[in-house]
Design a protein around this ligand. Structure first.
Ligand SMILES: *Cc1c(COP(=O)(O)O)cnc(C)c1O
Length: 508
């Protein structure tokens, strides 16, 4: 299919560079021109990337003088092909198997076009009107999928990192208001004395943004206490109880337990009912990081999230398992009133006396000016429907199971654990007489060689001190044949490395 190249738009007076009532025709042409370039690239890509080196792209960028504009959209797009589009990493390609990036839903792209042009800002009602109500409905919908009651609320964020940070901010300040209630000096808000007593409990497989949040919230990295996992990388509830009791014995105050529903490497889902029971027993805030696993909410595997309804807060990344473009994420809380810890009344924006009259989402957010990212999910639900999203996620979960079977049957590889969502973590096993360290080095080489060739992308991680490779499957178009191709390419590159290093006789 050939895509018609929309007509060119060139420079005139500076004012006509803005989208106004008189430039709406040019606006449509420009969007179409951009879409045309992307469509051509996507239709023509025979691998997820061309495998550019940093040096190659740096050199091309260095030749561009930002103080001399091209004053021509076609020329600028031609230049962009050279420095970006041709060598970008394309997540729609079935052999892109590296990180938690997904092919994006078309209705969401429609939403993206609308939201950036209208440019609503979700901080206050008077900058957003219907956009605020749409976001609120989606928050409500998500809370219902989680199984939270009518006092639930939340807000869209830039991603799981920010959602986790905000959830832990609320957990911190809820805990501190409880501590301050007993404070003889009548302290309000965090003090260095009470901050230094707080700790967070999470599993060793949790996302690093938990530790980063602890540091940002003034607790320090060492406030995060790691709870042991079992062989399937799920938090051990008995170990959680022991850690909580140990904290209490030392005079520390556990301010939150962070359970993960879909760990980044293994897709493992912590035992949510047992963890929730432990949190209720000890009165600790339960945050569930479902950045990756949130797609289960609309999948036929929904039961695997049972217990999530007991959470005080939940992180969902629609830009992972809901096939939304970056950014699209939300933090959902069980009790609306806990969002008050994110509220600040600014006279110019959201004075306290307007709070009851108009819905100002800035009262619930740690951002001020904020994109209408919710529109992408809205159009996705209105056009495709949630069930279609769930079916896509179910497909990639199935594919990961098949990938695991393929790798298990192959003596050159060894699975680290059975897949639990759509990732597969495995090792290259070089064979008799070759050390594990040499095998690790060969695996790292193979991954890089795959990138350089541009034919596929996989990730790497370390498990129990050994280099592992990881397939993250979020593309329903990825086939068994793609998996076996990638497997054989990896093995071939690894053998190449071992042969080049004199460890293995070169293949005849
Ligand atoms: C991806 C991920 C995050 C971070 O989310 P971003 O959207 O990348 O900020 C947090 N937790 C888990 C479990 C994740 O997989």
């Amino acid at each position: 299919m050939s895509v018609h190249e929309p007509s060119q738009w060139t420079d005139t007076a500076p004012r006509t560079h803005l989208l106004t009532g008189t430039t709406s025709g040019q606006y449509q042409q420009l969007v179409a021109a951009g879409a045309h370039r992307v469509a051509r690239r996507i239709a023509g890509a025979d691998g997820p990337t061309t495998g550019p080196t940093v040096r190659q792209l740096t050199t091309r960028l260095a030749g561009i003088d930002l103080d001399h504009p091209l004053r021509d959209s076609q020329l600028a797009l031609d230049e962009l092909e050279d420095i970006y589009l041709r060598d970008a990493v394309y997540f729609h390609h079935p052999r892109y198997l590296a990180h938690l990036n997904c092919p994006v839903a078309l209705p969401a792209l429609l939403g993206e076009t609308v939201l950036s042009a209208v440019n609503s800002s979700l901080d206050t009602w008077d900058q957003s009107t219907g956009a605020t109500l749409i976001e609120q409905r989606l928050v409500e919908w998500t809370a219902q999928q989680i199984g939270m009651g009518p006092s639930a609320d939340g807000v869209f964020t830039s991603g799981g990192t920010q959602s986790n940070l905000q959830a832990l901010l609320l957990a911190r300040d809820e805990t501190i208001s409880r501590l301050n209630a007993d404070d003889p000096r009548g302290a309000t808000g965090p003090t260095s004395a009470n901050l230094s007593r707080l700790c967070i409990l999470t599993s060793e497989s949790a996302h690093f943004s938990v530790a980063k949040s602890a540091a940002l919230l003034g607790l320090g990295y060492d406030a995060v206490r790691t709870v042991a996992c079992d062989a399937t990388r799920r938090m051990v509830p008995a170990a959680l109880r022991a850690e909580i009791e140990d904290c209490q014995r030392r005079g520390l105050v556990p301010m939150a337990v962070v359970a993960t529903a879909g760990t980044t490497d293994f897709g493992s889902i912590d035992p949510l009912p047992d963890i929730a029971a432990e949190c209720t027993r000890s009165g600790v805030w339960l945050h569930v990081d479902a950045a990756y696993g949130c797609g289960l909410l609309v999948s036929r595997h929904r039961y695997r999230l049972d217990g999530i309804e007991h959470a005080d807060s939940v992180t969902v990344d629609f830009h992972k398992s809901f096939f939304q473009p970056v950014s699209s994420s939300a933090v959902i809380v069980r009790e609306r009133r806990t969002l008050r810890h994110a509220t600040y009344h600014a006279e110019y924006l959201n004075p306290a006396d307007t709070a009851t009259q108009t819905p100002n989402q800035v009262d619930k957010s740690i951002q001020t000016t904020r994109r209408f990212d919710a529109l992408k999910l809205w159009l996705t639900l209105r056009i495709m429907g949630a069930e279609a999203i769930g079916t896509l996620f179910d497909t990639v979960i199935e594919r990961a199971t098949e990938a695991a079977e393929i790798l298990t049957a192959d003596p050159r590889f060894q699975l680290a654990a059975p897949p639990q969502l759509s990732t597969v973590v495995f090792r290259y096993v070089p064979g008799a007489g070759i050390s594990a360290a040499q095998g690790d080095a060969a695996a790292v080489y193979a991954r890089n060689a795959l990138y350089t060739s541009g034919s596929a992308l996989v990730a790497q991680t370390t498990v129990d001190g050994r280099r592992h490779l990881k397939l993250t499957i979020l593309n329903p178009d990825t086939t068994r044949a793609d998996i076996t191709t990638v497997r054989d390419l990896l093995a071939g590159h690894a053998e190449e490395y071992l042969a080049a290093n004199g460890v293995l006789a070169p293949a005849s």
